[in-house]
Design a protein. Structure first.
Length: 303
């Protein structure tokens, strides 16, 4: 009898430990983690430096700081912490001011994708029928057309201004965001709270805005961070092809300045500094977006 009692107690203890372990595991899955906050701090620093570059103690990014008796580019020093390029322009200042253009392109592009792609995806997922057929066909066309070719075509035909580059990359983000919004809307359309709202006589507009939109925005926000990183890299790619913004520095243009094989061997700081900033910024955007997606996915599963 005592042996049976001990076995029951041991089984209950094991079950209790299992439940506790599962609860702890779920809690861990719902934690954003220290890496997310490190990425957020880095993004905060980069965005702050780019946004307030004209008022921070940076040098003029277009000025030529020629030193007597020496030919540029100049290596990193107290006067130029990141060195200068071949025209004696300060790399630190050009990287900071270049971030204003590159990050603006990323923000405008993903905002455009979130608005138009999100709107089309929600309407397609909620109403289905012809709405779904039309918008899904548009998404398929945009995804089927080579993105780089479309970007080159638009920027070659139009003025290479900040608005043109931003709108071009914004068009390329509509389909990916729209497909995510459509799939998420479909998954929530048949949920209990949506069915309850319909039963109570709520109109379609209210259901979309009050019930579906808050749930669809979460995965779209995670994708927005990933998409912004892609847009920033795409701008750098256009800069290498000479199709980026004509006026002012961008990260892609600064990297291109020192991208020659001779420059990389003799003056690596010209390209390495903006490459490192670009790499860690895109890495932080991707990591933060992935952590947000994982966090809310785990929370949804736990519920």
């Amino acid at each position: 009898m005592s042996a049976a009692t001990d076995d029951i107690a041991e089984t209950r203890g094991a079950a209790s430990e299992t439940v506790k372990a599962n609860a702890e595991g779920a809690a861990v899955k719902r934690t954003l983690g220290i890496g997310f906050w490190i990425a957020l701090i880095w993004l905060g620093i980069v965005f702050f430096a780019a946004a307030f570059a004209p008022w921070l103690p940076f040098k003029d990014p277009d000025a030529n700081y020629i030193q007597r008796g020496e030919r540029p580019p100049y290596p990193p020093s107290m006067a130029h912490p990141f060195g200068t390029d071949q025209d004696a322009r300060d790399i630190l200042a050009r990287t900071a001011f270049g971030g204003r253009v590159s990050l603006t392109v990323g923000l405008v592009a993903i905002a455009m994708g979130m608005f138009f792609g999100g709107l089309m995806g929600i309407l397609a997922g909620y109403f289905r029928g012809w709405w779904d057929r039309i918008f899904s066909f548009i998404f398929i066309i945009l995804l089927s057309f080579p993105s780089l070719v479309l970007a080159i075509l638009i920027t070659s035909l139009l003025e290479r201004s900040l608005r043109t580059i931003s709108l071009t990359l914004g068009i390329l983000t509509i389909a990916p965001v729209g497909r995510v919004a459509r799939a998420t809307t479909i998954s929530f359309t048949e949920r209990e709270f949506v069915l309850a709202a319909r039963t109570l006589g709520a109109k379609n507009g209210r259901i979309i805005i009050r019930e579906l939109l808050p749930n669809v925005v979460i995965p779209m926000s995670a994708l927005a961070l990933l998409g912004m990183g892609v847009a920033v890299v795409a701008e750098a790619g256009l800069a290498f092809l000479g199709l980026s913004v004509e006026k002012g520095p961008t990260w892609g243009k600064v990297i291109l300045t020192g991208a020659g094989s001779r420059d990389l061997q003799k003056y690596p700081w010209i390209a390495i500094i903006p490459i490192v900033v670009l790499f860690f910024t895109v890495l932080a955007l991707n990591f933060a977006g992935d952590r947000i997606r994982s966090y809310f996915d785990a929370k949804e599963t736990a519920l």
